[in-house]
Design a protein around this ligand. Structure first.
Ligand code: FES
Length: 116
């Protein structure tokens, strides 16, 4: 695992998010409540992009597709494909419940670094 310089810290003010590539991985980096987070940009449900997902007050990211929700610190599942009503539950059965991959992230020397 290496620390990767992904972008200047000035490009990620409070509330901002950026999608960066680290090798073959696409990583979503964001600053929420003045804390940095780095997660895979693929929802574990159907591998669709998470970067347009809403951030909730209880520190979760909600997938914009079927509204699965994941804790930003641990990646733990808070909701698994609850949407659309009725059909969402069926969609959820297509894949086993799986946590979101989260990566260590830090700000240092004016840059944002992600360990991967
Ligand atoms: S792709 Fe994210 S909940 Fe279905």
């Amino acid at each position: 695992m290496n620390w990767n310089n992904v972008l200047p810290e000035s490009e990620l003010p409070e509330g901002a998010r950026k999608v960066v590539k680290i090798g073959e991985q696409t990583v979503l980096v964001l600053r929420h409540d003045n804390k940095l987070h780095a997660v895979t940009n693929k929802c574990p449900h159907l591998s669709l992009p998470l970067n347009k997902g809403k951030i909730t007050e209880d520190n979760a990211i909600v997938c914009p597709w079927h509204h699965s929700a994941f804790d930003l610190d641990s990646g733990d599942v808070k909701a698994w494909s609850p949407w659309p009503p009725v059909v969402g539950k069926l969609l959820g059965c297509l894949t086993k419940e799986k946590a979101l991959a989260v990566y260590p992230v830090k700000a240092e020397n004016g840059s944002i670094w992600v360990q991967l």
